[in-house]
Design a protein around this ligand. Structure first.
Ligand SMILES: [Zn+2]
Ligand SMILES: [Zn+2]
Length: 141
């Protein structure tokens, strides 16, 4: 019955990603699952997330700037912005001509392109608010 258990655990992982607001990390997903099913291992959750991503069921924002990868219940092509202070990832629904960018890059580099991702880096409004209310000297690591 190992297959059946694996399928159930994968379904559960999928449901948690779908219901999680925003872009959870593998750690976030593991925390939710382990609070209900304490027997599930972290390695299993990580493996299931990778499988769901490979199957195209969930999206993934790659690890960047030392922050871990984030998963996404959206699988349509869209861009992301990441906060360099807290690592929060948000969707950016700015429309631009993706094909035009691909054509420009393939002409320049001779690549046949299938896709590309845009990730904006900046400081989110929460972190900016914190900075302005405490003053910049107040914030030390
Ligand atoms: Zn932030
Ligand atoms: Zn997203």
């Amino acid at each position: 019955m190992k297959d059946r258990r694996n399928t159930m655990q994968r379904e559960l992982t999928y449901e948690v990603v779908l219901s999680y607001p925003g872009h959870p990390s593998a750690e976030d997903i593991y925390r939710v699952i382990s609070s209900k099913y304490s027997t599930i291992s972290k390695a299993t959750v990580y493996r299931n997330l990778n499988m769901l991503f490979d199957e195209g069921k969930i999206g993934k924002v790659p690890s960047i700037l030392g922050f871990e990868a984030h998963y996404d219940h959206r699988t349509d092509h869209h861009s992301h912005a990441i906060c360099i202070k807290c690592g929060k990832v948000v969707d950016v629904d700015v429309q631009y001509d993706m094909d035009l960018v691909d054509v420009a890059v393939s002409m320049e580099k001779g690549f046949m392109l299938f896709s590309h991702d845009l990730i904006f880096e900046g400081i989110c409004s929460d972190c900016r608010n914190k900075e302005s209310s405490y003053g910049t000297e107040g914030i030390k690591d």
